[in-house]
Design a protein around this ligand. Structure first.
Ligand SMILES: [Mg+2]
Length: 214
């Protein structure tokens, strides 16, 4: 039997994870190119396509824009229904690959009895896809910006996440995110934070999880 125990002085009651850039891998250039091509952008215009994509993403993430609104903003015109379906599917596929090393740490934390809550800026189609992922069952809850009607770093989104952990003391809850501004906002509410830069050992150190053969 293998158990995982939190070591001093972590004393964590729960952990809140960002998705993309922590659990989720960033899209590759070929993945971006496929989406840009589908959207009708010239092959040498990937940068401008990404600028258009990101310029409309925040209101899409927060649920202010629906799928048609978002892609109309990116393309400059409303796509035909079939193309809209394809764009939504390929866009979603950009965000569903995970880092196996981080997923393994989620398993460790879950076995240690640590409540895990996902807090992701994601539009509805990505939220639905993530909810259907196998690792989702490791989570106590998963909160998505489009469903909450607000994005990180809005302070209220962290209050929602903290409530979802069931923990009452934010200083005993770790928030992990790859964006510094998201971490700063969480720290402002008293949460312990890890600005993740791609090294799973940093998460492991913060969770202070050690497997002990018993
Ligand atoms: Mg992220």
């Amino acid at each position: 039997m293998t158990i995982a125990l939190p070591h001093q002085p972590a004393e964590l009651d729960a952990v809140i994870f960002d998705y993309n850039g922590v659990i989720g891998l960033q899209p590759t250039v070929p993945m971006w190119s496929r989406l840009a091509e589908l959207a009708g952008w010239p092959a040498d215009q990937l940068g401008p396509f990404q600028n258009a994509f990101w310029s409309a993403r925040e209101p899409y993430d927060s649920g202010q824009l629906d799928d048609a609104d978002f892609w109309t903003a990116v393309l400059g015109h409303l796509p035909a229904p079939e193309l809209l379906t394809q764009l939504r599917a390929v866009d979603t596929s950009l965000w569903t690959r995970t880092d196996d090393r981080v997923v393994a740490l989620l398993h460790h934390a879950q076995r240690a009895g640590l409540p895990i809550v996902l807090l992701s800026n994601a539009p509805h189609p990505v939220s639905d896809a993530l909810d259907a992922s196998g690792w989702r069952t490791l989570m106590t809850d998963a909160l998505y910006s489009a469903r909450l009607g607000m994005n990180k770093p809005h302070p209220d989104i962290y209050r929602n996440a903290l409530a979802a952990t069931g923990a009452s003391d934010p200083t005993r809850v770790l928030f992990v995110d790859d964006r510094a501004d998201n971490c700063q906002a969480a720290a402002g509410l008293g949460l312990r934070t890890l600005h993740y830069t791609g090294s799973p050992t940093d998460i492991e150190a913060h969770l202070r999880l050690t497997t002990i053969a018993a």
